[in-house]
Design a protein around this ligand. Sequence first.
Ligand code: TRP
Length: 333
Amino acid sequence: MKKVLMVFLSVSLLVVLLSVSACAPDENGGGNNETGVKKIGIVQIVEHPSLNTIRETLIDELAAMGFVDGENITIDYQNAQGDQSNLKTICQKFANHNYDLIIAIATPSAQAAAGETEEIPVLFSACTDPIGTGLVDNLEKPGKNVTGTSDAVSAEQIMELALRITPEIKKIGALYNSSETNSVSVINDLKAYATRNKMTVIEATVTNSSEVQQAVQSLVEKVDAIFSPIDNTVAEAMPLVTQVTRKAKIPMYVGADSMVEDGGLATYGINYVTLGRETARMAAEILKGKKAGDLPVKMFDDFEIYLNLETAEAIGLTIPDEVLDEAVKTFGK
Ligand code: TRP
């Protein structure tokens, strides 16, 4: 009898073992697997310094919190090279392979990820206008599988800084990608500000980065200054934009520090290292079992002044001392 029981037990053990290995992830990975290693997909729309800072910071911060790539988590990082159809393919892969978490850097990536899954948590990073772009309906309680961090800045506050540096702005050029919803909402704020302050907004919109140089060229002939929101397409083309604005001696005010680093004159913006850390903190909560929809969207309001002094010199401008003193960071000199 004892022997029969032993045989029975070993056979059942074998069956259990076999069924466990049948459920193990395939080589492309699979979420919720029995090894306990969670699979994280990171999707980024383009390469530019700001988005890279976010990604690098969040991976480092996750490691500092004990989530180490190649040990207890696997990170699959994919860049769409500015191409919407790549974004879709990448997010479909993440969803089909049942990843445990998708981290989507910038609005276009987040929209693509949220379009592919209602189950896998989607953590967006640096989405300027999460409500206006339809990612969540409620910042405090997003509810569904999507939450994240926002890098919203204020067009009004950036324009107030612009007027402290160059008080004579009457015509302001708006350079942005009209299909980036994150930019459109900030441009609407710019227009409202301009109306209140008797300025005219002259727009030059683009649909991809190859159009940016021509758009900025046409704009510098018509305006006193240029404003670009936190626009992925313009950010990618900033080195070219800078050549044109410096030559024409037109000040350019932008939405993000990296755009100042790449030659924009100034911003009143957020710190993307802080934002990357905060995104990692939320990722850790989700990995530990919290529901994305229960985590409020994180906004930042500690804006700081960033200046490019090389640009100031190139356009023959002296930055007022009180603005210089207030700047948290200056680039180019
Ligand atoms: N806020 C942008 C978005 O919603 C993404 C972004 C973050 C960005 N930092 C940037 C864009 C710097 C341009 C420059 O998509």
